[in-house]
Design a protein around this ligand. Structure first.
Ligand code: MLT
Length: 331
């Protein structure tokens, strides 16, 4: 290589390393992220989705070198927050951390202002959280069998809290009423964070919510717990029987969570976010905190865009016939 050619090659390499001279997409990728990132939680602050998101956001911020700000946009079972992200600029600076509601919404909601399936890029799965069947601490039942009896006797005078149609607590409440073969009164909140306040205060009777929001309240005796909704007992709540042990065989619900970007977000930016999510999910402090809250991060392989999309599509296909058979829609 002549001296002139070598100098030209070096000059070109230097220029390409300067984002300002890169073509559009490459410039976006090279500079990303160069300002704070927003993660929308589609439920009120203080609930299980909020808890998971804040723990993930803290580590991603360190990895990405930019603030990762968590914003709560509750309402309509999580669809208002999802809509905000589906309609945001696909530039990698507005993300959504949502759960099983992304699997049920396409069948539950028939008139949305956004496309609940094609409105998002998947970044990666985050965690699958067990649920617990809990009650206000003076609920007149000492175990799940007695709770079932009280539900059957008192029916609509029992208040069951949830976070709106499509929320995990709504889904679990539906499955519980179906298993018990009775109907109670459901009280919707903008998230199970505020619902927990009323359960502790005794103004609502029952709730089915994720261990990430209930473990501490169960341990402290602020609420009464009847069962965990997984096939095995939960290490964070070893004395809590499974629903099967307590008399509801086959009653299993776990709440998967995923991270999303708006449709059209550049693939290289999505890949950078997925790598950052994987860093978060193997962070020792996050793993330890998840364990205290009764859950674990998904494997690194599942925290990828393709694995997340495959799981999500399968979940949509699973819930659609169930919801259509029940004929219960949100709108
Ligand atoms: C929350 O974060 O408030 C819950 O995930 C709501 C729900 O889905 O039950």
């Amino acid at each position: 290589m002549t001296e002139l050619t070598r100098r030209r090659a070096l000059a070109l390499a230097a220029a390409l390393a300067t984002p300002a001279l890169l073509p559009g997409t490459a410039r976006a990728q090279a500079a990303y992220p160069n300002r704070p990132i927003n993660i929308i939680v589609p439920f009120a602050a203080g609930g299980p989705t909020d808890v998971v998101t804040r723990l993930v956001a803290e580590v991603m911020a360190r990895d990405l070198g930019q603030p990762v700000v968590v914003e709560n946009v509750g309402g309509a079972g999580g669809t208002l927050g999802a809509q905000r992200v589906a309609q945001a600029r696909p530039d990698g600076y507005t993300l959504l951390l949502h759960h099983i509601g992304m699997g049920t919404t396409p069948a539950l909601y028939r008139r949305l202002a956004y496309d609940p399936v094609n409105g998002f890029e998947t970044v990666g799965l985050v965690t699958e959280v067990p649920m617990t069947i809990i009650a206000k601490k003076d609920f007149p039942a000492a175990n799940l069998a007695e709770m079932v009896r009280v539900m059957r006797e008192q029916k609509q005078s029992i208040n069951l809290a949830n976070a709106g149609v499509g929320a995990a607590s709504h889904l679990c409440g539906l499955l519980l009423q179906s298993a018990v073969q009775t109907q109670v009164t459901t009280i919707p909140y903008r998230g199970t964070g505020p619902a927990m306040t009323d359960l502790i205060g005794g103004t609502v009777d029952l709730m089915c919510d994720q261990t990430t929001n209930t473990t501490q309240q169960i341990r402290s005796g602020a609420v009464r717990a009847f069962a965990v909704t997984t096939s095995e007992r939960n290490a964070a709540l070893p004395d809590l029987p499974t629903a099967a042990e307590a008399g509801l065989p086959g009653f299993e619900v776990s709440v998967w969570h995923g991270l999303y970007a708006p449709k059209g977000t550049d693939a290289a930016i999505v890949a950078r976010l997925s790598r950052s999510l994987q860093v978060a999910l193997r962070d020792e402090r996050l793993v330890a905190r998840f364990a205290e809250l009764g859950t674990t991060p998904v494997s690194q392989e599942r925290a990828t865009p393709d694995a997340h999309r495959a799981y999500w599509q399968a979940d949509i296909a699973k819930w659609r016939p169930i919801i259509q058979a029940a004929g219960q829609y949100a709108d």
